[in-house]
Design a binder for this molecule. Structure first.
Ligand code: GDP
Length: 462
Protein backbone atom coordinates (compact mmCIF):
# COMPACT_ATOMS: atom_id res chain seq x y z
CA UNK A 1 0.00 0.00 0.00
CA UNK A 2 1.26 3.52 -0.75
CA UNK A 3 2.31 5.64 2.21
CA UNK A 4 2.17 2.58 4.43
CA UNK A 5 4.33 4.31 7.03
CA UNK A 6 2.06 7.32 7.26
CA UNK A 7 -0.99 5.02 7.42
CA UNK A 8 0.56 3.04 10.26
CA UNK A 9 1.35 6.18 12.26
CA UNK A 10 -2.12 7.65 11.76
CA UNK A 11 -3.63 4.33 12.76
CA UNK A 12 -1.49 4.18 15.88
CA UNK A 13 -2.60 7.70 16.83
CA UNK A 14 -6.28 6.84 16.34
CA UNK A 15 -5.95 3.61 18.30
CA UNK A 16 -4.49 5.53 21.23
CA UNK A 17 -7.67 7.61 21.15
CA UNK A 18 -9.72 4.42 21.36
CA UNK A 19 -7.79 3.35 24.43
CA UNK A 20 -8.19 6.68 26.26
CA UNK A 21 -10.79 6.38 29.07
CA UNK A 22 -11.91 10.01 28.67
CA UNK A 23 -11.66 12.37 25.72
CA UNK A 24 -10.60 15.78 26.96
CA UNK A 25 -8.50 18.59 25.54
CA UNK A 26 -5.29 16.95 26.69
CA UNK A 27 -6.10 13.70 24.86
CA UNK A 28 -7.14 15.62 21.74
CA UNK A 29 -3.92 17.67 21.80
CA UNK A 30 -1.78 14.56 22.19
CA UNK A 31 -3.64 12.85 19.32
CA UNK A 32 -3.29 15.88 17.06
CA UNK A 33 0.40 16.10 17.90
CA UNK A 34 0.90 12.52 16.70
CA UNK A 35 -1.21 13.02 13.57
CA UNK A 36 0.61 16.26 12.67
CA UNK A 37 4.05 14.75 13.28
CA UNK A 38 3.17 11.88 10.92
CA UNK A 39 2.00 14.31 8.23
CA UNK A 40 5.12 16.48 8.56
CA UNK A 41 7.30 13.39 8.21
CA UNK A 42 5.49 12.65 4.98
CA UNK A 43 6.58 16.16 3.83
CA UNK A 44 3.15 17.79 4.06
CA UNK A 45 3.57 21.57 4.18
CA UNK A 46 3.80 22.93 7.70
CA UNK A 47 1.07 25.54 7.08
CA UNK A 48 -1.34 22.89 5.81
CA UNK A 49 -0.63 20.76 8.85
CA UNK A 50 -1.18 23.71 11.21
CA UNK A 51 -4.46 24.51 9.49
CA UNK A 52 -5.60 20.88 9.79
CA UNK A 53 -4.85 20.95 13.52
CA UNK A 54 -6.83 24.18 13.99
CA UNK A 55 -9.80 23.00 11.96
CA UNK A 56 -10.05 19.67 13.78
CA UNK A 57 -9.88 21.44 17.14
CA UNK A 58 -12.54 23.97 16.12
CA UNK A 59 -14.85 21.26 14.76
CA UNK A 60 -14.51 19.08 17.83
CA UNK A 61 -15.04 22.04 20.17
CA UNK A 62 -18.15 23.15 18.27
CA UNK A 63 -19.54 19.58 18.31
CA UNK A 64 -18.91 19.13 22.02
CA UNK A 65 -20.44 22.51 22.83
CA UNK A 66 -23.38 21.72 20.59
CA UNK A 67 -23.95 18.57 22.65
CA UNK A 68 -23.15 16.18 19.78
CA UNK A 69 -21.16 14.03 22.20
CA UNK A 70 -24.19 13.57 24.46
CA UNK A 71 -21.74 13.11 27.31
CA UNK A 72 -20.67 9.65 26.17
CA UNK A 73 -17.01 8.91 25.57
CA UNK A 74 -17.76 6.70 22.55
CA UNK A 75 -19.68 9.56 20.93
CA UNK A 76 -16.85 11.96 21.71
CA UNK A 77 -14.39 9.54 20.09
CA UNK A 78 -16.55 9.28 16.97
CA UNK A 79 -16.72 13.09 16.74
CA UNK A 80 -12.91 13.33 16.94
CA UNK A 81 -12.34 10.48 14.46
CA UNK A 82 -14.78 11.97 11.97
CA UNK A 83 -13.22 15.43 12.26
CA UNK A 84 -9.76 14.00 11.59
CA UNK A 85 -11.01 11.85 8.72
CA UNK A 86 -12.80 14.80 7.10
CA UNK A 87 -9.82 17.13 7.45
CA UNK A 88 -7.43 14.50 6.02
CA UNK A 89 -9.78 14.21 3.03
CA UNK A 90 -9.80 18.01 2.69
CA UNK A 91 -6.01 17.97 2.69
CA UNK A 92 -5.90 15.93 -0.51
CA UNK A 93 -9.11 17.18 -2.12
CA UNK A 94 -8.76 19.99 -4.68
CA UNK A 95 -12.56 20.19 -4.90
CA UNK A 96 -12.55 19.83 -8.68
CA UNK A 97 -13.91 16.93 -10.74
CA UNK A 98 -11.63 15.62 -13.49
CA UNK A 99 -12.62 15.00 -17.11
CA UNK A 100 -14.10 11.54 -17.64
CA UNK A 101 -13.48 9.89 -21.02
CA UNK A 102 -16.66 8.83 -22.78
CA UNK A 103 -17.04 5.81 -25.02
CA UNK A 104 -17.97 6.18 -28.68
CA UNK A 105 -16.03 9.43 -29.18
CA UNK A 106 -12.34 10.26 -29.39
CA UNK A 107 -10.92 11.40 -26.03
CA UNK A 108 -7.50 12.95 -26.55
CA UNK A 109 -5.31 12.92 -23.44
CA UNK A 110 -2.00 14.80 -23.60
CA UNK A 111 0.70 13.95 -21.05
CA UNK A 112 3.24 16.61 -20.08
CA UNK A 113 6.00 16.75 -17.47
CA UNK A 114 9.71 16.85 -16.84
CA UNK A 115 12.01 14.15 -18.13
CA UNK A 116 12.33 11.13 -15.88
CA UNK A 117 9.08 11.76 -14.04
CA UNK A 118 7.58 8.62 -15.54
CA UNK A 119 5.57 10.13 -18.40
CA UNK A 120 6.19 7.47 -21.03
CA UNK A 121 5.63 4.64 -18.57
CA UNK A 122 2.42 6.31 -17.35
CA UNK A 123 1.09 6.74 -20.91
CA UNK A 124 1.23 2.98 -21.44
CA UNK A 125 -0.28 2.33 -18.02
CA UNK A 126 -3.12 4.72 -18.85
CA UNK A 127 -3.75 3.05 -22.21
CA UNK A 128 -3.87 -0.35 -20.47
CA UNK A 129 -6.19 1.01 -17.77
CA UNK A 130 -8.73 2.30 -20.30
CA UNK A 131 -8.33 -0.66 -22.64
CA UNK A 132 -9.23 -2.99 -19.76
CA UNK A 133 -12.40 -0.99 -19.26
CA UNK A 134 -13.48 -1.44 -22.85
CA UNK A 135 -12.09 1.79 -24.36
CA UNK A 136 -10.21 1.25 -27.63
CA UNK A 137 -6.93 2.88 -26.59
CA UNK A 138 -3.67 3.95 -28.27
CA UNK A 139 -0.52 6.01 -27.77
CA UNK A 140 1.08 8.68 -29.95
CA UNK A 141 4.76 9.24 -29.18
CA UNK A 142 5.46 12.93 -29.85
CA UNK A 143 8.69 12.89 -27.86
CA UNK A 144 11.41 13.66 -30.37
CA UNK A 145 13.73 15.17 -27.77
CA UNK A 146 14.83 12.09 -25.90
CA UNK A 147 16.75 9.54 -27.94
CA UNK A 148 15.05 6.18 -27.65
CA UNK A 149 11.69 7.57 -26.55
CA UNK A 150 9.84 6.06 -29.51
CA UNK A 151 11.58 2.72 -28.98
CA UNK A 152 10.46 2.74 -25.35
CA UNK A 153 6.85 3.45 -26.39
CA UNK A 154 6.99 0.80 -29.11
CA UNK A 155 8.29 -1.84 -26.72
CA UNK A 156 5.91 -1.12 -23.87
CA UNK A 157 2.88 -0.65 -26.15
CA UNK A 158 3.65 -3.94 -27.93
CA UNK A 159 3.94 -5.70 -24.58
CA UNK A 160 0.65 -4.18 -23.47
CA UNK A 161 -1.04 -4.98 -26.82
CA UNK A 162 -1.92 -1.31 -27.33
CA UNK A 163 -1.80 0.45 -30.72
CA UNK A 164 0.91 3.11 -31.08
CA UNK A 165 2.17 5.73 -33.51
CA UNK A 166 5.53 7.50 -33.85
CA UNK A 167 8.40 8.15 -36.23
CA UNK A 168 12.12 7.51 -36.41
CA UNK A 169 12.65 10.17 -39.07
CA UNK A 170 10.24 13.04 -38.37
CA UNK A 171 11.82 15.55 -35.98
CA UNK A 172 8.87 17.90 -35.54
CA UNK A 173 6.85 16.74 -32.50
CA UNK A 174 3.86 18.89 -33.49
CA UNK A 175 3.65 17.18 -36.90
CA UNK A 176 3.88 13.69 -35.34
CA UNK A 177 1.24 14.49 -32.74
CA UNK A 178 -1.16 15.89 -35.35
CA UNK A 179 -0.63 12.94 -37.73
CA UNK A 180 -1.02 10.33 -35.00
CA UNK A 181 -4.16 11.82 -33.50
CA UNK A 182 -5.75 12.28 -36.97
CA UNK A 183 -4.96 8.65 -37.88
CA UNK A 184 -6.38 7.22 -34.64
CA UNK A 185 -9.46 9.45 -34.77
CA UNK A 186 -10.14 8.12 -38.27
CA UNK A 187 -9.76 4.58 -36.93
CA UNK A 188 -12.33 5.37 -34.23
CA UNK A 189 -10.17 4.96 -31.17
CA UNK A 190 -11.83 6.04 -27.91
CA UNK A 191 -8.77 7.05 -25.91
CA UNK A 192 -5.81 8.62 -27.72
CA UNK A 193 -2.87 9.34 -25.43
CA UNK A 194 -0.24 11.79 -26.64
CA UNK A 195 3.16 11.48 -24.98
CA UNK A 196 5.14 14.73 -25.27
CA UNK A 197 8.83 15.49 -24.70
CA UNK A 198 10.19 16.38 -21.29
CA UNK A 199 13.27 18.36 -20.33
CA UNK A 200 15.49 18.12 -17.29
CA UNK A 201 14.15 21.39 -15.97
CA UNK A 202 11.33 23.80 -16.67
CA UNK A 203 12.46 25.80 -19.70
CA UNK A 204 10.69 27.99 -22.21
CA UNK A 205 11.41 25.66 -25.14
CA UNK A 206 9.52 22.86 -23.40
CA UNK A 207 6.54 25.06 -22.60
CA UNK A 208 6.40 26.41 -26.17
CA UNK A 209 6.40 22.90 -27.56
CA UNK A 210 3.61 21.87 -25.19
CA UNK A 211 1.48 24.81 -26.26
CA UNK A 212 2.04 24.06 -29.96
CA UNK A 213 1.19 20.37 -29.60
CA UNK A 214 -1.85 21.33 -27.56
CA UNK A 215 -3.04 23.66 -30.31
CA UNK A 216 -2.50 20.95 -32.92
CA UNK A 217 -4.30 18.07 -31.16
CA UNK A 218 -6.81 19.99 -28.99
CA UNK A 219 -6.72 17.58 -26.04
CA UNK A 220 -9.85 16.91 -23.99
CA UNK A 221 -7.59 16.62 -20.98
CA UNK A 222 -3.96 17.55 -20.39
CA UNK A 223 -2.30 15.56 -17.63
CA UNK A 224 0.77 16.71 -15.74
CA UNK A 225 2.95 13.79 -14.65
CA UNK A 226 4.78 14.53 -11.40
CA UNK A 227 7.33 12.50 -9.46
CA UNK A 228 6.30 11.93 -5.82
CA UNK A 229 9.88 12.14 -4.60
CA UNK A 230 9.88 15.94 -4.91
CA UNK A 231 7.39 16.11 -2.02
CA UNK A 232 5.85 19.53 -1.40
CA UNK A 233 7.97 21.06 -4.19
CA UNK A 234 5.23 19.58 -6.39
CA UNK A 235 3.24 22.76 -5.81
CA UNK A 236 5.85 25.02 -7.42
CA UNK A 237 6.30 22.61 -10.33
CA UNK A 238 2.57 22.37 -10.90
CA UNK A 239 2.25 26.17 -10.84
CA UNK A 240 5.11 26.58 -13.34
CA UNK A 241 3.40 24.21 -15.80
CA UNK A 242 -0.01 25.73 -15.17
CA UNK A 243 1.23 29.23 -15.97
CA UNK A 244 2.45 28.11 -19.39
CA UNK A 245 0.13 25.39 -20.51
CA UNK A 246 -3.01 24.79 -18.52
CA UNK A 247 -3.66 21.21 -17.52
CA UNK A 248 -6.74 19.62 -16.11
CA UNK A 249 -5.40 16.69 -14.11
CA UNK A 250 -2.32 15.32 -12.43
CA UNK A 251 -0.79 11.88 -12.06
CA UNK A 252 1.73 11.49 -9.24
CA UNK A 253 4.18 8.70 -10.04
CA UNK A 254 6.62 6.66 -7.95
CA UNK A 255 4.34 6.69 -4.92
CA UNK A 256 5.73 3.26 -4.11
CA UNK A 257 8.51 3.63 -1.66
CA UNK A 258 8.44 7.41 -1.42
CA UNK A 259 7.74 8.59 2.09
CA UNK A 260 7.37 12.13 0.74
CA UNK A 261 4.33 11.20 -1.33
CA UNK A 262 1.94 12.76 1.19
CA UNK A 263 3.66 16.08 0.59
CA UNK A 264 3.26 15.80 -3.17
CA UNK A 265 -0.43 14.88 -2.99
CA UNK A 266 -1.37 17.64 -0.55
CA UNK A 267 0.73 20.23 -2.41
CA UNK A 268 -1.07 19.36 -5.61
CA UNK A 269 -4.49 19.77 -3.97
CA UNK A 270 -3.56 23.40 -3.26
CA UNK A 271 -3.31 24.01 -7.02
CA UNK A 272 -7.00 23.08 -7.36
CA UNK A 273 -6.26 20.38 -9.92
CA UNK A 274 -7.52 16.85 -9.40
CA UNK A 275 -5.09 13.97 -9.12
CA UNK A 276 -6.57 11.18 -11.20
CA UNK A 277 -4.08 8.36 -10.69
CA UNK A 278 -1.06 7.42 -8.64
CA UNK A 279 1.84 5.53 -10.21
CA UNK A 280 2.73 2.78 -7.76
CA UNK A 281 5.42 0.73 -9.50
CA UNK A 282 7.23 0.04 -12.74
CA UNK A 283 4.80 -2.54 -14.12
CA UNK A 284 1.96 -1.87 -16.53
CA UNK A 285 -0.77 -2.41 -13.96
CA UNK A 286 0.85 -0.31 -11.25
CA UNK A 287 -1.59 2.55 -11.61
CA UNK A 288 -4.10 3.26 -8.84
CA UNK A 289 -7.15 5.38 -9.46
CA UNK A 290 -7.14 8.29 -7.04
CA UNK A 291 -10.10 9.84 -5.26
CA UNK A 292 -9.71 11.75 -1.98
CA UNK A 293 -12.15 9.94 0.29
CA UNK A 294 -11.36 6.33 -0.66
CA UNK A 295 -7.65 7.19 -0.53
CA UNK A 296 -7.86 8.37 3.08
CA UNK A 297 -10.14 5.48 3.95
CA UNK A 298 -7.58 2.98 2.66
CA UNK A 299 -4.75 4.88 4.34
CA UNK A 300 -6.52 4.54 7.67
CA UNK A 301 -7.17 0.83 7.08
CA UNK A 302 -10.92 1.29 6.64
CA UNK A 303 -11.10 -0.38 3.23
CA UNK A 304 -12.54 1.00 0.02
CA UNK A 305 -15.81 -0.61 -0.93
CA UNK A 306 -16.26 1.73 -3.89
CA UNK A 307 -12.84 0.83 -5.25
CA UNK A 308 -13.58 -2.82 -4.70
CA UNK A 309 -16.81 -2.53 -6.66
CA UNK A 310 -14.94 -0.86 -9.51
CA UNK A 311 -12.42 -3.69 -9.51
CA UNK A 312 -15.25 -6.16 -9.61
CA UNK A 313 -16.70 -4.33 -12.58
CA UNK A 314 -13.35 -4.79 -14.31
CA UNK A 315 -13.58 -8.50 -13.76
CA UNK A 316 -17.17 -8.35 -14.90
CA UNK A 317 -15.85 -7.55 -18.39
CA UNK A 318 -14.24 -11.00 -18.38
CA UNK A 319 -16.96 -12.90 -16.51
CA UNK A 320 -20.07 -10.76 -16.76
CA UNK A 321 -22.86 -12.93 -15.37
CA UNK A 322 -21.13 -14.17 -12.27
CA UNK A 323 -19.66 -10.85 -11.25
CA UNK A 324 -22.75 -8.76 -11.90
CA UNK A 325 -24.61 -11.06 -9.56
CA UNK A 326 -21.89 -10.59 -6.95
CA UNK A 327 -21.82 -6.80 -7.30
CA UNK A 328 -25.60 -6.76 -6.82
CA UNK A 329 -25.29 -8.86 -3.67
CA UNK A 330 -22.56 -6.60 -2.36
CA UNK A 331 -24.74 -3.56 -2.98
CA UNK A 332 -27.73 -5.17 -1.30
CA UNK A 333 -25.60 -6.31 1.60
CA UNK A 334 -26.60 -9.97 1.19
CA UNK A 335 -23.24 -11.65 1.24
CA UNK A 336 -22.92 -15.23 2.47
CA UNK A 337 -19.66 -16.82 3.58
CA UNK A 338 -19.52 -18.50 0.15
CA UNK A 339 -19.75 -15.12 -1.59
CA UNK A 340 -17.03 -13.75 0.61
CA UNK A 341 -14.81 -16.72 -0.19
CA UNK A 342 -15.34 -15.98 -3.87
CA UNK A 343 -14.20 -12.41 -3.23
CA UNK A 344 -11.03 -13.63 -1.58
CA UNK A 345 -10.42 -15.98 -4.50
CA UNK A 346 -10.93 -13.09 -6.92
CA UNK A 347 -8.46 -11.00 -4.99
CA UNK A 348 -5.95 -13.83 -5.31
CA UNK A 349 -6.50 -13.91 -9.07
CA UNK A 350 -6.39 -10.16 -9.50
CA UNK A 351 -2.69 -9.62 -9.04
CA UNK A 352 -0.67 -8.00 -6.28
CA UNK A 353 -2.57 -8.88 -3.14
CA UNK A 354 -1.28 -6.01 -1.06
CA UNK A 355 -2.95 -3.55 -3.43
CA UNK A 356 -6.38 -5.09 -3.61
CA UNK A 357 -6.54 -6.45 -0.11
CA UNK A 358 -6.47 -2.91 1.27
CA UNK A 359 -9.81 -2.30 -0.45
CA UNK A 360 -11.58 -5.09 1.37
CA UNK A 361 -12.92 -3.90 4.68
CA UNK A 362 -12.65 -6.54 7.33
CA UNK A 363 -9.53 -8.19 5.99
CA UNK A 364 -6.84 -8.23 8.66
CA UNK A 365 -4.33 -5.39 8.30
CA UNK A 366 -1.40 -7.77 8.55
CA UNK A 367 -2.37 -9.33 5.22
CA UNK A 368 -0.84 -6.24 3.72
CA UNK A 369 2.32 -6.51 5.72
CA UNK A 370 5.24 -8.58 4.55
CA UNK A 371 5.60 -9.80 0.99
CA UNK A 372 2.85 -10.60 -1.45
CA UNK A 373 3.74 -14.29 -1.07
CA UNK A 374 3.08 -14.09 2.67
CA UNK A 375 -0.22 -12.31 2.02
CA UNK A 376 -1.16 -14.99 -0.50
CA UNK A 377 -0.36 -17.71 2.04
CA UNK A 378 -2.62 -16.09 4.65
CA UNK A 379 -5.42 -15.86 2.12
CA UNK A 380 -4.91 -19.50 1.14
CA UNK A 381 -5.41 -20.49 4.78
CA UNK A 382 -8.67 -18.55 4.75
CA UNK A 383 -9.75 -20.53 1.70
CA UNK A 384 -8.77 -23.85 3.41
CA UNK A 385 -11.01 -22.90 6.33
CA UNK A 386 -14.00 -22.27 4.08
CA UNK A 387 -13.23 -25.49 2.16
CA UNK A 388 -13.93 -27.39 5.37
CA UNK A 389 -17.39 -25.88 5.75
CA UNK A 390 -20.57 -27.63 4.66
CA UNK A 391 -22.78 -26.17 1.93
CA UNK A 392 -25.28 -24.99 4.52
CA UNK A 393 -22.57 -23.21 6.45
CA UNK A 394 -21.13 -21.60 3.34
CA UNK A 395 -24.49 -20.28 2.22
CA UNK A 396 -25.24 -18.88 5.65
CA UNK A 397 -24.46 -15.56 7.23
CA UNK A 398 -22.35 -17.33 9.86
CA UNK A 399 -25.31 -18.09 12.16
CA UNK A 400 -24.70 -21.89 12.39
CA UNK A 401 -21.38 -21.15 14.06
CA UNK A 402 -22.99 -19.16 16.84
CA UNK A 403 -24.62 -20.59 19.95
CA UNK A 404 -27.65 -18.52 20.80
CA UNK A 405 -29.06 -17.88 24.27
CA UNK A 406 -32.74 -17.94 25.18
CA UNK A 407 -33.08 -14.27 24.27
CA UNK A 408 -31.73 -15.03 20.77
CA UNK A 409 -28.43 -13.27 21.41
CA UNK A 410 -25.17 -15.11 20.60
CA UNK A 411 -23.55 -16.55 23.70
CA UNK A 412 -20.68 -18.53 22.21
CA UNK A 413 -19.43 -20.63 19.35
CA UNK A 414 -20.74 -24.05 18.34
CA UNK A 415 -18.86 -27.34 17.89
CA UNK A 416 -18.76 -26.52 14.18
CA UNK A 417 -15.84 -24.14 14.73
CA UNK A 418 -13.68 -26.92 16.19
CA UNK A 419 -14.69 -29.28 13.36
CA UNK A 420 -13.75 -26.73 10.69
CA UNK A 421 -10.44 -25.95 12.39
CA UNK A 422 -9.59 -29.65 12.55
CA UNK A 423 -10.69 -30.33 8.99
CA UNK A 424 -8.73 -27.43 7.53
CA UNK A 425 -5.56 -27.98 9.54
CA UNK A 426 -5.87 -24.54 11.09
CA UNK A 427 -6.62 -23.40 14.64
CA UNK A 428 -9.90 -22.54 16.36
CA UNK A 429 -8.57 -18.99 16.74
CA UNK A 430 -8.06 -18.69 12.97
CA UNK A 431 -11.61 -19.89 12.27
CA UNK A 432 -12.96 -17.44 14.85
CA UNK A 433 -10.98 -14.64 13.23
CA UNK A 434 -12.28 -15.53 9.81
CA UNK A 435 -15.87 -15.49 11.04
CA UNK A 436 -15.29 -12.15 12.72
CA UNK A 437 -13.78 -10.68 9.54
CA UNK A 438 -16.64 -12.04 7.47
CA UNK A 439 -19.16 -10.38 9.80
CA UNK A 440 -17.35 -7.04 9.50
CA UNK A 441 -17.39 -7.34 5.73
CA UNK A 442 -21.07 -8.30 5.64
CA UNK A 443 -21.99 -5.42 7.94
CA UNK A 444 -20.07 -2.92 5.88
CA UNK A 445 -21.52 -4.20 2.64
CA UNK A 446 -25.00 -3.82 4.10
CA UNK A 447 -24.31 -0.21 4.90
CA UNK A 448 -22.54 0.49 1.64
CA UNK A 449 -25.82 0.95 -0.19
CA UNK A 450 -26.40 4.54 0.89
CA UNK A 451 -24.10 7.40 -0.03
CA UNK A 452 -20.98 7.29 2.13
CA UNK A 453 -22.53 4.38 3.99
CA UNK A 454 -19.22 2.56 3.92
CA UNK A 455 -17.61 5.38 5.84
CA UNK A 456 -20.20 5.37 8.57
CA UNK A 457 -19.94 1.62 8.79
CA UNK A 458 -16.18 1.85 9.02
CA UNK A 459 -16.45 4.35 11.81
CA UNK A 460 -18.77 2.11 13.73
CA UNK A 461 -16.35 -0.78 13.45
CA UNK A 462 -13.45 1.24 14.85
P1 GDP B 1 9.78 10.02 -18.75
O1 GDP B 1 11.15 10.53 -19.07
O2 GDP B 1 9.00 11.01 -17.95
O3 GDP B 1 9.03 9.54 -19.93
O4 GDP B 1 9.99 8.82 -17.72
P2 GDP B 1 9.92 7.24 -17.96
O5 GDP B 1 8.55 6.81 -18.23
O6 GDP B 1 10.96 6.82 -18.92
O7 GDP B 1 10.28 6.74 -16.48
C1 GDP B 1 11.50 7.03 -15.83
C2 GDP B 1 11.80 5.90 -14.84
O8 GDP B 1 10.83 5.91 -13.80
C3 GDP B 1 11.72 4.53 -15.47
O9 GDP B 1 12.76 3.75 -14.94
C4 GDP B 1 10.38 3.98 -15.01
O10 GDP B 1 10.36 2.57 -14.91
C5 GDP B 1 10.25 4.62 -13.64
N1 GDP B 1 8.87 4.79 -13.20
C6 GDP B 1 7.83 5.39 -13.84
N2 GDP B 1 6.72 5.37 -13.07
C7 GDP B 1 7.04 4.73 -11.91
C8 GDP B 1 6.32 4.40 -10.71
O11 GDP B 1 5.13 4.70 -10.52
N3 GDP B 1 7.04 3.74 -9.76
C9 GDP B 1 8.35 3.41 -9.92
N4 GDP B 1 8.97 2.77 -8.92
N5 GDP B 1 9.05 3.72 -11.02
C10 GDP B 1 8.42 4.37 -12.01
Amino acid sequence: MVLADLGRKLNAALSSLNRAPVVDEKVLDALLKEVCAALLESDVNVKLVASLRQKVKAKVKASFEGGADKGKETNRKTVVQKAIFDELVQLVDPGVEPYKPKKGQPNVIMAVGLQGNGKTTTCTKLAVYYQKRGFKSCIVCADTFRAGAFDQTRQSATKAKVAYFGSYTETDPVAIAAQGVAKFKKERFDVIIVDTSGRHKQESELFQEMVQIGEAVKPNMTVLVLDASIGQAAEAQAHAFKDSADFGAIIVTKMDGHAKGGGAISAVAVTKTPIIFLGVGEHLHDLDKFAPQPFISKLLGLGDVQGLMEHMQDIAIQNPDKQKEMAKKLEEGKLSIRDWREQIQNVMNMGPISKIASMIPGLPQDIMQGSDEEGALRMKRMIYITDSMTSRELDSDGAPFLEHGKDGKPVGLTWRVTRVARGSGTSVREVEELLCQYRMMANMAKQAGGKNGWLQAAQKIQ
